[in-house]
Design a protein around this ligand. Structure first.
Ligand code: GDP
Ligand code: IMO
Ligand code: MG
Length: 428
């Protein structure tokens, strides 16, 4: 059985959590491979809604084993808060069901303080990070000065490492940013306490996943963030610090390409982005409110992690073609199709115009993206309520036409479309 990968095809918040939840019904293992608690994945099941940040969305399915892979960064406080919250709701979060790679990196209060200080120093040029310490933790990883989760099983080494880490970061916080120094002893003591609870979750997850695949089990890799937030393939520097794309799934789990089955790219039927950076099809005013919602519904476009209103715009097929290419997507999954119901017509961006030239791909220099204008084709809308549709063929003709247009312009099958936030609100 293969490793199927779920990737965000845009700027995150495409609905990866709910699609992971759907596909987890047929999986033995669900594994997160990149990012940390900058992610916010919403899974709605009946009257219950789960907002997951670090724990894979598969946790909602009894019997599914969950893995947090080596490519992730873990804030121990968030991990413990999240498992305690899930346990209080009757979810089994015992170490028998949930494994953390020893090679995942830890996020500390010093990383969070540095993230905030760096953002504040950038002023109007700030990236708009989630301020969860993600960038500084991956910086330490690349700089070979990070703290790996395996340390949690070695109390003595952990205490020394945390103390040295905070002292080193204090130099930056105080001398460069003029911020307050953190108390290394207190943080080391906190980490010693977290270690007692987290150590039983540690495992060699690369071996575990390989053995599971060899035994015929199926593994679902749950992406966080999205292709356009990828450190290499996104709208740099307005990106996150990890590799949410398909290559990152392999590096982030310790597996090779031979085991890959399907690669699902999840895309909203329109576009959204939180944080700064270029967004060619962005809308303002009334048109934006129509797509974002006012915040009255739980699915309106306000960040799961930060509560920030998301920037919204029409669907951008230049973005989706980019996602198809860098991830080798086998399938596209369109979410929130229901939000487009009732529009008389729907513009879709098919290419960009830059200085009078038509571009079918992103311009090579990220700065040029700011100057690109969308070239739209306008498709007829549909007035019908689609929230009860469960088969693609039963969608209104103009919704089917919209999906066919996306498939044709990306040369990729659209194998599912979601029509509401609930688990069963998917047309296949
Ligand atoms: P993720 O980060 O990719 O998992 O996505 P988020 O959970 O951050 O954001 C997606 C939002 O859209 C959540 O509030 C979901 O409940 C909601 N959602 C997902 N699919 C649909 C859909 O088909 N229709 C509607 N109305 N809401 C949806
Ligand atoms: P999910 O998994 C949407 C964005 C931030 C910011 C940039 C860098 O829910 O789709 P970071 O804190 O990672 O250094 O911030 O990336 N960002 C996300 N946007 N969904 C996410 O995750 C995101 N994770 C990070 O808003 O622009
Ligand atoms: Mg999200």
């Amino acid at each position: 059985m293969p490793l199927d990968i779920i990737i965000g095809a845009q700027w995150g918040d495409e609905g990866k959590g709910r699609i992971t939840d759907l596909l987890a019904q047929q999986a033995h293992i669900v594994a997160r491979y990149s990012g940390g608690d900058n992610a916010g994945h919403t899974v709605a099941v009946g009257h219950e809604t789960f907002k997951l940040h670090l724990i894979p969305s598969g946790i909602v399915h009894d019997g599914v084993l969950c893995v947090i892979g080596n490519g992730t960064v873990i804030n121990p406080v968030v991990f413990l808060r999240e498992i305690d919250g899930l346990a209080a709701r009757g979810v089994d979060v015992s170490p028998a069901r949930l494994k953390i790679s020893r090679h995942a990196h830890l996020i500390t209060p010093a990383h969070i303080a540095l993230d905030k200080a760096a953002e504040s120093a950038l002023g109007k040029d700030a990236i708009g990070t989630t301020q969860r310490g993600i960038g500084p933790a991956y910086t330490d990883k690349a700089n070979r000065t990070g703290l790996r989760a395996g340390l949690l099983a070695n109390p003595e080494a952990l205490g020394d490492a945390v103390l040295a880490h905070v002292e080193a970061k204090n130099e930056w916080l105080v001398k460069i940013h003029g911020a307050e120094a953190l108390d290394g002893q207190a943080i080391a003591a906190e980490f010693a306490h977290y270690a007692q609870r987290i150590a039983p979750y540690l495992a060699d997850t690369s071996v575990l996943l390989d053995e599971a695949l060899q035994a015929g089990q199926s593994v679902l890799a749950e992406g966080a963030q999205g292709t356009l937030l990828d450190i290499d393939h996104g709208t740099y520097p307005f990106v996150t610090s990890s590799s949410p794309t398909a290559g990152g799934a392999l590096t982030g789990l310790g597996l090779g390409p031979k085991v890959v089955g399907k690669v699902f790219g999840v895309a909203k039927a329109f576009s959204s982005r939180v944080g700064s950076g270029p967004f060619v099809t962005e809308l303002q005013g009334e048109a934006a409110v129509r797509l974002r919602g006012t915040g009255a519904n739980p699915w309106d476009e306000y960040g799961t992690t930060t509560g920030r209103p998301r920037r919204v715009g029409w669907l951008d097929l230049v973005v989706l073609r980019h996602a198809v290419r860098v991830n080798s997507l086998t399938d596209l999954v369109l979410t929130k199709l229901d939000i487009l119901s009732g529009l008389p017509e729907i513009p879709v961006c098919v290419a960009y115009e830059l200085d009078g030239q038509r571009l079918d791909h992103f311009p090579p220099e990220p700065e040029l993206l700011e100057r690109c204008q969308p070239i739209y084709e306008t498709l007829p809308g549909w007035q019908e309520d689609v929230t009860g549709v469960r088969h693609l063929a039963d969608l209104p003709a103009n919704a089917l036409n919209y999906i066919a247009f996306v498939a044709a312009h990306t040369r990729t099958a659209v194998s599912m479309a979601s029509v509401g936030p609930e688990r069963e609100q998917v047309a296949v």
